[in-house]
Ligand binder design. Structure first.
Ligand code: GCV
Length: 676
């Protein structure tokens, strides 16, 4: 079988489909957003040719926010944006072959936001897909070209198609320059392009802006001049962007200024900004990502600092909490702040860009990780108090509900660097709309939308039958995606290990990395604690007691080595190398098999991919094949580096049925992984 597949550069993402027939649209209203909805229907219609579809903007008590009601002949919504979302849903159903029953679809979170860590000079912190789509370079960062506008429009459309409705345009390590009048004019230009697609604009702000940009003597949040400065700035922003979303703030974290510099609390800082934004309906997303050298366990600090402030924030402040207590690791237990802060709005922060998961080289589908996180039971309000239910308004009556993901988008033609990294952008959007969606469904949809031969391609004499495509492409590739995150955990840091990366780059292995003078919590030995007695961070009651931050029964479950899930074992326990695991092997042997299995999984992924070559256009096929080779090399480095390094402490042999290391520890220790 040989399909004549068109080369695809990936720029069209999951929106490749062209119409296969005509559609008649009934809609009594007209607006920019409704016109987009109509155009999308016409351009991508795959239903019966000549069918009629009605678009009706009319309230219905079952429809919430920008949700919609849909059947094969009608889309109803309270808002015009709801109609647009309904159109994308209908088209998705058509393209993926799902039937459309009478259904109401409401978003899980009201604010579904992408956080861009883009700098004004065009670079992106932890960006692996080229430079910023918003900012050019120091000299002409504030110019706007027609080409920019087209790209922003494509970006907005892609987001709207999966329900994302907000974008923070700049890095949380924010330049005070961001709030200069010149820069705000450019923000307005971006906001104007994003608005018709329902995307609100937000900005990260630097807490010291009043002093650095405004020339004031201080940035103390209780100072009258400072308060006035923010009020005036906020007014200026809203005069340009009437639907501006609000501020994202990283304060007193990793060297960023904050209220504590003036002896004030996070609440003092956040509330001052919240008061300035309130008259305009803006919000403050205040990050809980804080840690200092003083805390004996970094994993405990966010909870220690923020729990005493519960109830002290204005109702337009949302505390933005990373999924895990440390930092977007391949696997972490959920942050204990979820469900615990009962009198404050809390929003999850996920990381779509794969800083700690192989960047744009490894194929790692993150939906399984996010599903594991969102469905984790906090037990805060009884059994079933999942993180999802604690944050989406199901349990706590938050004034605002929100969720954010650190974007993996750049100027690369295919937006995300790795063709499969697009699936993570897609998955984030779909989960923010429906936090109960299963990873399997998300992968299924994305593969069909992204790789299925288009109707035009399928009209050639070598038509691929859906059943054949499903069997030979969809099923194996989906399986590969669903296993990919566990594979990464296996070859990077299994059994609860975390933060054992090389240097600042966070790509290769570096359990040995500990330059003299560097603060301990920036070095891997702080996290793995390996010595001749054993390995793991003791967070039990007799250790750092981080377990106490979890509600019972989790506190006891994590505390007791017998009941602690093995996936979190070394997160919570320091154990001897010969500790007997559930399967009967020693801890050392079990660790060796995890590393070995992770590497083997990637070798299998290579085979799966090579086998599907007939179903993929050469451009995308070759790119993925090439990246899988690099992933394999890196997985081997991880396995060899970690096993050879830890073996120095365990003093035990690598089980003999495991493939021998092929790298030398010394070489790996001297390798600069930032050049990968
Ligand atoms: C934007 C990690 C990353 C930093 C990032 C920080 C944060 O430490 O390595 O690049 O800074 O998280 O989330 O603020």
């Amino acid at each position: 079988m040989a399909l004549s597949l068109h080369a695809e550069n990936g720029h069209n993402l999951w929106l490749r489909s062209k119409s296969t027939g005509s559609v008649k649209i009934i809609c009594s209203k007209s607006s920019v957003t409704l016109n987009i909805a109509k155009q999308e229907l016409k351009n991508s219609w795959q239903g019966k040719s000549g069918a009629t579809i009605e678009l009706l903007v009319k309230s219905d008590p079952l429809i919430k926010g920008d949700g919609f009601k849909i059947n094969s002949g009608k889309i109803q919504a309270n808002t015009e944006l709801g109609i647009l979302y309904g159109v994308y849903e209908l088209l998705r159903h058509q393209q993926t072959g799902q039937s459309i029953n009478n259904e109401v679809s409401n978003p899980s979170y009201e604010r579904r936001i992408l956080d861009h860590w883009d700098n004004l000079n065009g670079t992106i912190e932890r960006g692996y897909a080229g430079l910023s789509i918003f900012w050019h370079n120091e000299k002409d960062s504030f110019t706007v070209t027609e080409k920019d506008k087209i790209l922003w429009q494509e970006y907005a459309r892609a987001n709207a198609s999966i329900g994302i409705n907000g974008a923070v345009l700049n890095n949380v390590n924010a330049s005070p320059q961001m709030l200069s009048s010149e820069c705000l004019k450019k923000v307005k230009a971006i906001a104007d392009v994003l608005r018709p697609f329902g995307i609100r604009t937000y900005l990260s702000v630097n807490f010291a802006s009043p002093a650095v940009l405004g020339g004031l003597k201080t940035s103390d949040p209780l100072d009258v001049e400072v308060i006035k400065w923010w009020e005036t700035k906020v007014k200026e922003i809203y005069s340009l962007i009437p639907d501006f979303g609000g501020f994202l703030v990283k304060a007193n974290s990793e060297g960023q200024p904050g209220p504590q510099d003036f002896g004030r609390t996070h609440a003092d800082g956040a509330n001052m900004m919240a008061d300035a934004l309130k008259p305009f309906g803006g919000i403050v997303m205040w990050r809980a990502f804080v840690y200092s050298q003083k805390e004996k366990d970094r994993a405990m600090q966010a909870y220690s600092e923020f729990m005493p402030l519960d109830g002290k924030f204005r109702n337009n402040v949302i505390i933005q909490v990373k999924n895990g207590p440390v930092d977007f690791q391949p696997r972490e237990p959920f942050s204990p702040l979820f469900g615990a802060m009962k009198k404050t709005s809390v929003m999850p922060e996920l990381q779509i860009t794969q800083e700690y998961l192989g960047q744009s080289i490894h194929m790692v589908f993150l939906a399984t990780m996010w599903e594991e996180f969102l469905q984790s039971d906090t037990y805060q309000e009884g059994i079933g108090s999942t993180v999802a239910r604690c944050t989406d308004g199901s349990i706590f009556q938050q004034k605002y509900t929100a969720i954010a993901g650190v974007a993996n988008i750049g100027l690369d033609t295919n937006w995300c660097g790795h063709p499969f990294a697009q699936a993570n952008w897609y998955a984030f959007g779909r989960l923010t709309w429906n936090d109960r969606l299963k990873s399997e469904q998300i992968a299924d949809e994305w593969l069909k939308l992204t790789f299925k031969p288009t109707a035009q391609e399928n009209k050639t004499e070598t038509t691929v039958l859906p059943i054949e495509w499903n069997h030979n492409f969809l099923i194996p590739v989906k399986q590969m995606m669903l296993e990919s995150r566990e594979a990464a955990v296996n070859y990077m840091m299994p059994l609860g290990l975390h933060h054992i990366f090389a240097g600042n780059n966070h790509y290769g292995p570096g359990p040995w990395y500990a330059p003299k003078g560097l603060r301990p919590d920036w070095t891997p030995p702080y996290y793995h604690q390996a010595d001749t007695n054993g390995i793991g961070f003791d967070r039990t009651q007799t250790g750092s007691n981080a377990v106490s931050q979890y509600r019972e029964p989790l506190n006891s479950k994590f505390n007791d080595v017998k009941t602690c899930p093995e996936i979190y074992l070394l997160w919570f326990h320091h154990l001897p190398w010969n500790y007997q695991m559930k399967r009967g092997r020693s801890l050392w042997a079990e660790m060796c098999y995890h590393y070995e299995n992770g590497l083997k999984q990637v070798r299998e992924f290579q085979k799966v991919w090579d086998k599907v070559q007939p179903y993929v256009d050469p451009e995308r096929f070759n790119l993925v094949q090439n990246k899988l080779r690099k992933q394999c090399i890196n997985a081997q480095e991880w396995k060899d580096g970690c096993l050879l390094y830890f073996q120095q402490f365990s003093g035990l042999p690598i089980p003999y049925d495991i493939e021998r290391p092929v790298n030398d520890l010394n070489d790996l220790e001297n390798r600069n992984f930032s050049k990968e």
